[in-house]
Ligand binder design. Structure first.
Ligand code: NOJ
Length: 563
């Protein structure tokens, strides 16, 4: 690999914003609470936009804020044209968009097209209608097998555990058809072969584009179309060679087979792209597609489809230099082959925060949550590696996604009381998987106020662990060596040197090292257990104070050098 140059992400001169943007993901429930009810809201976000501009990100992505009974946070949408009252109103969103625009921040929003809520008007109408009706044809209803229809239509499993089908029972106690839900039973899958569904979502896209959003993060983008005839999963289809023989059902990637990544999804996105392109201002969309094969994933970012696809294979790569070099090379090659930017991400609302993941005692992928009964991460080691990992992703060509609170070095809440958990994953696996609540804890802003400044009343919808006191934004803003200041410095330098638009040339500094040059900056990450001798060059910044002593780089740290 040494000396190999990978293709540049783009020609610098006329590159649109999304080719190199750093996009900050906000979980509205947990970012900041303006009205004191313990749940974050849109006015809370608007009030903190200055913090985000000061951090140096170029855009924010708001996770689902739609009206929802919240059986899976906001990912069971009851009305795609309304904001959930817990978060505010459409006018609050207008204020947020105006404030963001004033600060030069773009705003992307979530779109959840694979399934609605079971409280959505369409699903209620379907329940009140007969099998074979137009109302049922918006969803995936089937008769059961067997003489009395009591046998489940196929063997598909829900992403949250348990079967992916639920049988209806009528008010009079008689049984009815089954419906498909790739996630919880409260999230019935839509039938994307139905033109009415397609038309409705084009209209929803336009509704929000007219309102001024800069784009969409598309939930479950690899799931909308299912294999025709809804056949049983054979246990093999869709599993890439690299994962054959592993326990695929429990890995980060568990979406294989006849439900996922069907070729038919692409036509939908080509149509959406036309809608976006008919608006001024470089609107963009990013695919949440859990597709481990980079060439298959790249199909989503062809020039007439998405602008980005999350790089979950990178996220799932453990702290190992060879694996990281390999996944980076594969990512850059596959994206360049279709003329798209690669993307980089370490954390989001569905995985254990990387500051905890990288501090787990035994190497492995991403566990499905951490509870008090599980082995606990080493918080210092995790943070040390997390800071180095951030300096790695922010130096790579392409675009990067940050998850709220990672700039504070926040660990996962790993000892959350099980009685407080809300994630359907915890319940559908009967507690075998702790789930995602631990990464969604309300943010700590101020050390000396109730709820660490999240909410003036001190209320929080989930409790913050006491250790969050040492991670508050106000303390970190005053400390030049804090994680927050490291993020601010790295984002500033990244922008100044246009690292996102650069290209990567690998350096060989040893087996346990990830090292490359991008835009006259030499990036060195030491994943080994001993210090390493650096190549020449002035230190521009390091992941930790004391990471560089003379010309030696400490283990689990990273440095950017002028080359
Ligand atoms: C992916 C989202 O990121 C996750 O949070 C949600 O539970 C599922 N899709 C279902 O919408």
């Amino acid at each position: 690999m040494t000396g190999e140059s990978l293709p540049p992400a783009a020609q610098i001169a006329d590159a649109p914003w999304w080719r190199s943007a750093v996009i900050y993901q906000i979980w509205p429930q947990s970012f900041a609470d303006a009205d004191g009810d313990g749940t974050g809201d849109l006015p809370g976000i608007t009030a903190r936009l200055g913090y985000l501009a000061g951090l140096g990100v170029g855009a924010i992505w708001l996770s689902s804020f739609y009206r929802s009974p919240r059986a899976d946070a906001g990912y069971n949408v009851a009305d795609y044209r309304q904001i959930d009252p817990a978060f505010g109103t459409l006018e609050d969103l207008d204020d947020l968009l105006t404030g963001a625009r004033r600060l030069g921040l773009r705003v992307m929003i979530d779109l959840v097209p694979n399934h609605t809520s079971d409280q959505h008007t369409w699903f209620r109408q379907a329940l009140a209608s007969q099998p074979g009706s137009a109302e049922r044809a918006r969803y995936l209803f089937l008769d059961g097998k067997g003489d009395d229809g009591s046998v489940i239509p196929n063997n598909w499993i829900s992403d949250f555990g348990g079967p992916a089908w639920t049988r209806l029972t009528n008010a009079d106690g008689t049984t009815d058809q089954w419906y498909l839900h790739s996630f919880a039973p409260q999230q019935p899958d839509l039938n994307w072969q139905n033109p009415e569904v397609r038309e409705e979502f084009s209209s929803i896209l336009r509704f929000w584009l007219d309102r001024g959003v800069d784009g969409f993060r598309v939930d479950v983008a690899h799931g909308l179309v299912k294999e025709e005839g809804l056949p049983d999963w054979d246990g093999v289809s869709g599993v890439p060679d690299s994962l054959r023989g592993t326990d695929v059902a429990h890995g980060v990637f568990k979406n294989f087979g006849q439900m996922w990544d069907q070729d038919g999804v692409h036509e939908i996105y080509r149509n959406w792209r036309k809608v976006l392109d008919s608006y001024p201002g470089d609107r963009a969309m990013v695919a949440e597609a859990w597709v481990p094969d980079h060439d298959r994933l790249a199909r989503y970012i062809r020039s007439d489809e998405f602008h980005h696809a999350f790089n979950f294979d990178f996220l799932a790569t453990y702290w190992n230099a060879e694996s990281l070099r390999d996944v980076i090379t594969r990512s850059l090659r596959a994206a360049a082959a279709v003329g798209a930017p690669a993307t980089w991400v370490l954390s989001n609302h569905d995985v254990v925060r990387h500051a905890s993941r990288l501090g787990l005692p035994s190497p492995g992928g991403s566990p499905p949550g951490i509870s008090a009964a599980d082995p606990q991460p080493d918080e210092d080691l995790g943070l040390r590696r997390a800071r180095a990992a951030t300096m790695l992703i922010l130096a790579l060509p392409g675009s990067a996604y940050l998850w709220q609170g990672e700039e504070l070095g926040l660990p996962e809440h790993t000892t959350l009381d099980n009685t407080l958990r809300q994630d359907p994953i915890f319940f559908r696996t009967n507690g075998a998987e702790a789930g995602r609540d631990g990464c969604r804890i309300p943010l700590p802003w101020q050390s000396a106020t109730p709820a660490f400044g999240f909410s003036e009343t001190g209320r929080t919808w989930l409790p913050q662990p006491p250790s969050y006191r040492q991670y508050t934004a106000d303390v970190q803003l005053r400390d030049p060596s804090s994680t927050l200041q490291m993020y601010r410095a790295a984002l500033g330098l990244r922008r100044q040197r246009q690292l996102g638009l650069g290209s990567l040339t690998w350096l060989d500094l040893g087996q346990d090292v990830v090292a490359f040059v991008n835009s006259y900056i030499t990036v060195v990450v030491n994943l080994g257990s001993s210090t390493l001798t650096l190549p020449g060059g002035q230190v521009l910044m390091a992941s930790l104070p004391g990471a560089v002593t003379g010309s030696r780089l400490a283990p689990d740290t990273a440095v950017w050098l002028a080359s």
